[in-house]
Ligand binder design. Structure first.
Ligand SMILES: *Cc1c(COP(=O)(O)O)cnc(C)c1O
Length: 433
């Protein structure tokens, strides 16, 4: 399994999360069901925020809310004193609906719409991260109309190669995100935005990719970004803010590193130390540092519980075990062959002498959750849990095949509660004319 402090196997051989037996969760809420451990989320927020404060000083952790966005998560992270990174009007709206302090939000996106930009400015979002010339023009006009000056950053591309699956790597020169530093594009756009009367360009942003374990890639990004800050300083442009994005890796399955909450603090510590010495060496002002972890805050906090349906044994080839979920609640295998650990939630101590491919119920051959899972013999009606589904599962879910998106239950101190209610068939036809 992973190292989540509150994921345990109890004396009945059943999986427990946050002190709650998954059998009880299945009985109370049914399946498929997303379950999230609130304490894990809070521990991660606290450890990130404390480490940034103690090891660096001025800065802010912004939870990348595209990983898992709903009203309750904005309440939780706000209680933990951290900000949010948002990528759409819908995420901004959700945050605003629970009174989230909008000045602690960074708005991203390579193609924010006019309405999204208006909404962000009206709601006094802290930072808008620009990703094109015309976006700068549009935003400048909107701000002029509303009589405000908006703090902005520009997304740049430091050209750091992070070791991860290429589909989720975003900082290469060929990327739909950001302006390349090496090609000179970044310098051009900095000068362009500097001239905008209603935009206050306070710094730059980069996000080198996702599911990255190597600290070195982040340190390299610090070097490239501070080199560029130094270059700009020499031509008379100085910045107060540096946003280095997110991307810290989590444990999904064998081959991934297992880290405790506390070990995640080391990423922040290493980045902080590298940045402090870089600014000193290069004669820069120490910038306000923004970091945007998403996956590592919620990913390992979540599991998904399913009921096993048909089991198809194809002699000499493989055994498909079909669950009552699939790509509509977790499209990550279908999208980029993401790996997961699957366990027999109510039979954790049994000998794992079977190999199954876990298939979803959608009409799509690619609707697989995990391949080659080592599990005990499983029968129809039993339950399996897929681990580390807290990030990019609910947030990527859909009603494909008009399946219902499962509800989300939060557990803490042995208690559970809905944070997202189950959908109904009524919900599916609500907007149909
Ligand atoms: C997705 C994203 C993040 C978060 O990445 P994780 O891998 O979830 O930590 C942070 N910043 C930006 C701009 C992103 O697009």
């Amino acid at each position: 399994m992973n190292q989540r402090e509150t994921l345990k196997v109890n004396e009945k051989g059943r999986l427990e999360i946050g002190g709650v037996d998954t059998s009880d969760l299945v009985k109370q809420y049914g399946t498929p069901l997303y379950v999230m451990d609130q304490k894990y989320i809070e521990d991660m927020c606290k450890i990130y925020a404390d480490t940034l404060k103690n090891e660096y000083g001025d800065g802010m952790i912004c939870y990348a809310s595209k990983a898992f966005s709903c009203k309750e998560i904005y309440r939780i992270i706000n209680n933990m004193g951290i900000g949010a990174d948002s990528v759409s009007g819908g995420e901004l709206y959700t945050a605003a609906s629970v009174g989230f302090p909008m000045e602690k939000i960074c708005l991203h996106g390579n193609n924010k719409t006019y309405n999204e930009l208006c909404f962000a400015v009206e709601n006094k979002v802290g930072y808008i991260v620009l990703d094109s010339y015309t976006e700068a023009d549009t935003l400048d006009d909107i701000c002029k109309g509303q009589g405000v000056k908006q703090k902005v950053l520009i997304r740049v591309n430091p050209g750091v190669e992070a070791h991860t699956h290429h589909f989720i790597q975003t900082a290469k020169v060929d990327s739909k995100f950001g302006f390349s530093i090496d090609s000179g594009e970044a310098e051009k756009v900095v000068k362009y935005v500097k001239e905008k009367a209603n935009l206050d360009l306070v710094g730059l942003h980069c996000h080198i990719g996702s599911q990255i374990f190597e600290t070195k890639s982040f340190l390299l990004a610090v070097e490239k970004m501070t080199d560029f800050y130094q270059y700009l300083k020499n031509i008379g442009i100085e910045f107060d803010v540096l946003n280095l994005g997110g991307g810290f890796g989590i444990y999904y399955a064998e081959g991934d590193e297992k880290k405790s909450c506390a070990e995640y603090a080391n990423y922040i510590k290493n980045i902080a130390n590298e940045l402090k010495s870089a600014v000193e060496k290069k004669g820069l002002k120490k910038p306000y540092l923004i970091l945007e972890p998403g996956r590592s805050i919620v990913g390992e906090a979540g599991i998904t519980l399913y009921t096993v349906g048909r089991i198809k044994d194809i002699e000499g080839i493989k055994t498909y075990l079909a669950i009552n979920g699939g790509m509509f609640d977790n499209p990550r295998f279908a999208l980029y062959q993401a790996k997961y650990t699957v366990v027999a939630a109510q039979n954790m101590l049994a000998k794992k002498d079977k190999v199954y491919t876990i298939a979803g119920k959608c009409c799509e051959s690619g609707d697989i959750i995990a391949e080659d899972c080592q599990l005990p013999q499983i029968k129809e009606g039993e339950h399996v849990a897929v681990l580390s589904t807290g990030a990019y599962n609910y947030s990527m879910s859909s009603n494909y095949n008009r399946n219902l998106i499962p509800p989300v239950v939060m557990v803490k101190d042995g208690k559970s509660r809905y944070v997202i209610k189950p959908q109904t068939y009524e919900d599916l036809i609500r907007n149909d004319i």
